[in-house]
Design a protein around this ligand. Sequence first.
Ligand code: AMP
Length: 396
Amino acid sequence: MILSLNDLDLNDRRVLVRVDFNVPLDETGTITDDTRIMESLPTIRYIIDHGGLAILMSHLGRPKGKVNPKYSLTPVAERLSSLLDQPVYFAKDCIGAKAEEVVQSRTSGEVVLLENLRFYPEEEANDTEFAAKLAQSGDIYINDAFGTAHRAHASTEAIAHCFNEKGAGFLLQKELKYLGEALSKPERPFVAILGGSKVSGKIDVIKELLTKCDSILIGGGMMFTFYKAMGLEIGNSLLEKDKVSLASELIAEAKEIGVEVILPGDTIVGDSFSNDANYKNVEVHHIKEGWMGMDIGKRTIDEFSRIILNARTIVWNGPMGVFEMPNFAVGTKAIAEALVGATRLGATTIIGGGDSAAAISQFHLEKQVTHVSTGGGASLEFLEGKVLPGVKALEV
Ligand code: AMP
């Protein structure tokens, strides 16, 4: 069982929270997108409103185990303070005397932020001694960082074993609810849409979803490896030669289980990998040498949209085309719009993190679907049916 904040008595307790404040910064150290900070506010506010002292810890960037002022969480403390409209007391270290001094001088209803966890190599090494030192700052441990829950790090895994009282923050709880319920008790039809560049990154997801979904729609660069497996010519389209036989196996497996795997009937081909390329809509068996598939075609958009609008649970991971280039973002946008339509019809629509989350926010549709995951790698591993170490360690 995993407890939530509501199950714990936080009054007069030091609540140590692993948050994900890994925000993008520009060259001057200014935060360019504070979504991750905003998303942690409900958990922080709940703790301070219930008499707890919130002690927050996070990583930022890749300082590779060394102190590097470029990756200091100082700007995050400032932004968080203005969002909360109260002081955020910053400790210049995440362990030791500097952390202790700040934590001990603060009290109920206040907020402390510890310095970047990854200034220590022990963090990513899941070092138990380092975890024990971190644990000294809190009486209760809360993990609210879904984006790193698939990694066994000191602040996500080892540390949880130092506490009897521990649980999930609201953000993590929401992720587990939507992703978990979609996989364990989906309302049917349950449709998965998979795209992105490579089959290799999605093999385990496809295998897992084959056992759960009614249909799987495949788009993106990975569709061409499937077409190669079916003996089609794919011109200069993206191909993972070493995955062709695996693609054949997956198609055979789907047939055996009776799950529909639907590949695009038409595609937008370009004569170079550029937004300025000449392009045209062709049937997939008419891809000529010198042309490469860059997006799903018009007929496919209609077919996929119809299936999506009839579904009751939809999970989407990976763009349908090279959505970073406006001329080849049409398919991805149309699928995002179909998901919005399905949501309006009462379906549960879930967007895996990473590129699909980036795509849906590029189209400003992120508020019109049921759930956009905050973790790319973590949501992928969840969909692969893996137990995330940061989640498992919270079990009581
Ligand atoms: P992934 O990281 O595997 O989810 O792939 C995401 C990337 O796939 C995005 O950057 C897209 O531009 C890329 N992508 C999608 N469709 C295609 C395509 N047909 N050819 C090449 N790259 C693609």
